[in-house]
Design a protein around this ligand. Structure first.
Ligand SMILES: [Fe+2]
Ligand SMILES: [Fe+2]
Length: 185
């Protein structure tokens, strides 16, 4: 029998096929791996973290609702899909909260360890796929060289600054190395 995580992953990959941009290979798979790693390190609920990682950007992949509000629409998707599959209500609510609060734009609190993990896992994923940020700057936004460089630099600094103190500490050496290699003044 398939696990709930396997079922949701299949659903996500199904949506991915229809979407032109391969969000799984370019982003979500890293968020998923980071969430697993952090759940292990922080003794959090692995299944909640895995599910929330799969759901966190799913509304964009499924093209459900406006992109700017993807956490809200993603939480709605998590609610209806997990409820339909008979997943326990309390756990479903935890997943929804993680999805709703994952974005760096979220200025409210993150009360559970799992919410903090998904926000961190999402931001750290940008460090796992830096070429993706350059692609966004130059290919998608068509920025000139200097502006594109600034865009990527500011994005990485912003992501780093919004990490939980614990993740900042763990990522510090890698962050410093990346900045040193990419941005020589
Ligand atoms: Fe997101
Ligand atoms: Fe994301």
């Amino acid at each position: 029998m398939k696990t709930i995580v396997e079922i949701i992953k299949e659903k996500l990959l199904e949506y991915s096929k229809k979407d032109g941009y391969d969000r799984w290979n370019n982003h979500i798979k890293y968020v998923f791996q980071n969430a697993q790693e952090l759940a292990m390190k922080r003794n959090a609920d692995m299944e909640i973290c895995e599910l929330a990682a799969l759901f966190h950007d799913m509304s964009m992949v499924a093209e459900f609702g406006p992109k700017e509000e993807h956490p809200k629409y993603g939480a709605q998707m998590a609610h209806s899909i997990l409820t339909e599959l008979g997943y326990p209500k309390e756990k479903t609510e935890l997943v929804e909260k993680c999805v709703l609060h994952h974005s760096t734009d979220w200025n409210g609190s993150r009360d559970t360890m799992e919410e903090k993990i998904i926000a961190d896992a999402d931001a750290i994923a940008h460090f796992d796929k830096i070429p993706g940020l350059f692609y966004l700057a130059y290919a998608k936004r068509k920025l000139p060289l200097e502006e594109g460089t600034e865009f990527v630099k500011n994005k990485l600094i912003g992501d780093y600054n919004k990490l939980s103190p614990q993740s900042q500490k763990e990522l510090k050496e890698r962050f410093d190395n990346i900045m040193r290699v990419l941005f020589v003044n």
